[in-house]
Ligand binder design. Structure first.
Ligand code: AMP
Ligand code: GLY
Length: 426
């Protein structure tokens, strides 16, 4: 079978790496892909939001299944266009992708179906938003309604900071149409975890637990990023919480989406805040997490392709996924300056040496090929993923991989996975 993967980051490299192991697959294309993906798939120079181009490519090349990595094409309706053309695609419809594309939609869904989340209200008028902030005080969280490239969530420490965020979004239109309305919500404390489940719109197939590291600096300091590292399994999600998240969040969300007339097919990403063995939902995303996909797919024993196909067909037959007993840890290597403006074009050394270490796999994110070398081309550049018997061993492996790699200004966190060790009392 022929598969097209849409995207070109670490998540898509990990997806292509996993899909390539399936005996069902004879050829993989990736649009636009990256130099790491090029070793496993044929890269196609089409942008992720070129939906007409991607659809024509899939039709002309008799692609049996298209797998969508990032949220942008989903919110633009790529799944609808492919289905209308009779092409199989893994990923939710435009209406279902509102679960990520509109904070107001997802918060209202949670309220309606009794899914625990931070208290909130939605606004499109400045004065009403300011009155709400004055009434509730700080810290308080302001979220632009639409997609804002990860910059639309402001954790305001004072009422003034919150009001400035409201002005930026509603008055100064900092995020354009993505900020025509906003959500203001209660500030939650605790430890974050990411939870994923495949779904055909009715049945759910949960993945192993995982945790991301959002902030740029060690100890969860500094501004938020797309994710500086991830690991699986995550002991903060103990067995009891795991079962509750499936029963109290994942299944009611999928049932609720169907009841709303927009059944959700694909992978559901639940962002959770966990405190005192209880949780609230921070957000939903309509896709796999990045970097979470990297350790999760390295640990997944089951062939992922039949699951992706079943979800695309709307008929999930697999009832449980198999996992390797090992743990996996992904450490992201980022460019100098990230998550602000960052340098590009620096030559990266040592990728082959890192890959030669037993248990290490280097996934490419923001890289480019230039004159026979691999150079930096994005904020998050590589995901160095290591496996080990437990999280402690996987941390050792992943960091051994990072020590083999260098370029001027390379930055990484030195404490990826540390929370798991603290929890295990190590
Ligand atoms: P979101 O895109 O909604 O997940 O927000 C991005 C990040 O902001 C989350 O991963 C959290 O780190 C943080 N965040 C979002 N909402 C809240 C909240 N209500 N309380 C505390 N932190 C939050
Ligand atoms: N790592 C978080 C995300 O993919 O949004």
């Amino acid at each position: 079978m022929k598969i097209l993967v849409v995207g070109g980051g670490g998540r898509e490299h990990a997806l292509v790496w996993k899909i390539a192991q399936s005996p069902l697959v004879e050829k993989i294309y990736c649009a636009p892909g990256n130099p790491g993906i090029a070793a496993l798939a044929e890269n196609v120079p089409l942008a992720v939001d070129d939906i007409a181009g991607l659809c024509a490519f899939a039709r002309d090349n008799a692609i049996d299944l298209t797998v969508v990595g990032p949220e942008l094409p989903l919110t633009l309706g790529i799944a609808d266009t492919f289905k209308q053309a009779g092409l199989a695609i893994f990923g939710p419809s435009k209406a279902a992708a509102r679960i990520e594309g509109s904070k107001g939609f997802s918060k209202d869904l949670m309220r309606k179906y009794g899914i625990k989340t931070a208290d909130y209200a939605s606004f499109d008028q400045r004065d009403a938003a300011v009155a709400y902030i004055r009434a509730h005080g700080a810290p308080i969280v302001i979220k632009a309604d639409g997609l804002a490239a990860g910059k639309g969530v402001i954790l305001a420490q004072s009422e003034e900071e919150a009001i400035a965020a409201v002005d930026d979004i509603l008055v100064n239109k900092k995020f354009g149409a993505a900020g025509s309305s906003l959500v203001i919500e209660e500030f939650l404390r605790g430890e974050e975890a990411s939870f994923f489940a495949f779904t055909d719109g009715k049945n759910v197939l949960p993945l192993a637990s995982s945790q991301d590291h959002k902030q740029i600096f060690d100890g969860d300091k500094g501004p938020n990023t797309g994710g500086m590292g991830a690991y699986s399994p995550a002991p903060v999600v103990n067995d009891a919480l795991y079962q509750r998240i499936v029963a109290e969040v994942v299944q009611p969300t999928i049932d609720g989406m169907a009841a709303e007339g927009c059944p959700y097919c694909g992978i559901l990403f639940v962002g959770l805040m966990i405190e005192n063995d209880d949780f609230k939902v921070l957000e939903f995303n309509a896709r796999f997490g990045d970097p979470e996909a990297q350790p999760l797919l390295m640990r997944m024993k089951s062939d992922v392709v039949p699951v992706l196909l079943d979800c695309a067909r709307g008929e999930l037959t697999t009832t449980a996924l198999e996992w390797h007993d090992s743990a996996a840890v992904c450490v992201v290597l980022a460019s100098a300056g990230y998550p602000g403006s960052y340098s590009k074009g620096d030559v990266i050394n040592g990728i082959d040496a890192a890959n030669a270490i037993d248990g290490v796999h280097v996934f490419h994110a923001g890289t480019a090929a230039r004159d026979g070398a691999i150079v930096t081309a994005g904020g998050r550049v590589l995901g160095v993923t290591g496996i080990g018997a437990d999280v402690a061993a996987a941390i050792e492996t992943a960091y051994a991989g990072t020590r083999a790699i260098s370029w001027p200004g390379m930055q990484l966190r030195s404490d990826i996975g540390r929370k798991a060790l603290n929890r295990e009392g190590k």
